[in-house]
Write a protein that binds this ligand. Sequence first.
Ligand code: HEM
Length: 532
Amino acid sequence: MAFEQVEESPRSLSSTALRFILLATLLLLWGTSLAIYRLFFSPLSKFPGPKLAAVTGWVETYHDVFRGGQLIFKLGEWHEEYGPIVRINPWEVHIADPDFVQVLFASNSQFDKKIEWKYRTGIPHSSFDTIEHQHHRMRRSAVAPFFSKQKILGITDFISQKAQRLCDRLETEFAGSGRPAILNNCFTAMTFDVITHYAFARSFEYMEDPNFEAPFTNAAKELATTLHTMGHFPWLLSLLQGLPQKWSVAMNPAMGAIFGFHGEIEDQIRAIKSGSNDAHKDVEHKTVFSELLNSDLPTEEKAVERLKHEGKPTHLHTQNTTLTCPGGSIVAGGVETTSTALSKATFYVLENPAIATRLRAELDSVFPDPRITPSLATLEALPYLSAIVNETLRITIGISSRTARKSRKAPIIFKDIIIPAGADFSMTAYYTHTDPRIWDKPHEFVPERWLGKALAKNDEPLSKYLVAFSKGPRMCLGINLARAELYIGMAVVFRRLELELFETGRAAVEMKADYFIPFPDRATKGVRVLVK
Ligand code: HEM
């Protein structure tokens, strides 16, 4: 018996070892063949770029997940080394030729989005994260009328009231006190109240918080830093979906605000569906959900589960509800992008007294009573204010993540480049907006470039290269609202208040990491001002 055991043991050990070696060899063979295929036979093999990035997506993961939103800067280094078109992973090329905007953002394009990103913001059923072109078109056409210029004109009085209220509070509570106001908080409160009033007839009134704190968006911003992780490891999302709500709140108490809001939105959709909704009784316009539910969308597109993705901030679902992070849906798209643009615009104007003086002089000419805001049309007709709005959109890069698309059937032809059908291709607004072939002093805030003919260095109109809201079928749905808030916000603040920057330098406004939206240095306290 003992003799048999001694004989069997080495035999079973060696067969385990053999199996292991076989498996390792197969894996090695598979990995090597895949690497050889990707390097030499893939349809993208002829494109230049780092070899390791062509072989594996882990290079992107390393820069975005482990180095924290740093791929955006790596892209610039790669373009310097390899030229205007670079293969950045096995499936995608990135383009840094500003004229490619005509292809990427063509109004008649029928591109799909990148399938791998469908779940990274947690709203896979929203228009924003709808991958396929036709499907996106159907969903978007149902919600687009709600954000038309005409409809937005109907809430400019509300935006103006909020901007005036902000100035009232800054004058009475901060002026002469030596206490700095954090403009990021002020404008977040303002834009949050505006979008929640407009879309859901339920303004959160964060403007009335003593410090303009918006717990909802603070939590959302924190969660934005998980965006790359969710994109690269989607299974983590499923894991989080299983978490009970109370665990999330215990980990981050600010989540309570988010869960409460999500509950309200779901109730609102159900109430509209059952005909018992009274959410818009106090406002003149409909809510975004009444618009969607009364649209021609097929029944399955009107399901509560689908609609809540349209209206809610982007989120990571947990059991019965969601965790939130900013991104492209109506609330998140409508808050952080616009409030950041407003605070950065104020910073750049205050940083340069000549710009502030010229802006104030222009505003005085149409804005005699500082408490009575002129119409949006009057403000939009002001050349210098318009130049400031455009320059703000250029330099602040509302969405920093690259815009990636795929042409399913036909190859993309641009100059002497052919991008094969089925490959992902992308551009990054940060590079389009700072390309020295187009812009003079690209890293400086120069509103004057938008005055007169406003031509690029290559004599094309500058507006051709301003892609802050993207262009084409996927362009920002909230562009009219965002522009109205920028015009009204800047005009009211600079007409009413004398502000001075308080311990605020470029670190407060310049991008240090890309988490879909640009993040400044973690240590910065935001754009802080003293009210004189
Ligand atoms: C300065 C402010 C803003 C900037 C720079 C901005 C930028 C953008 C960009 C670049 C996109 C396209 C993203 C992509 O293709 O992946 C987008 C989409 C979107 N934005 Fe904005 N946005 C701003 C304000 C707003 C506002 C106020 C809203 C509120 C309604 C909003 C709602 C949306 C929505 C819903 C989408 C998805 C559209 C679709 O896929 O059909 N955005 N935004």
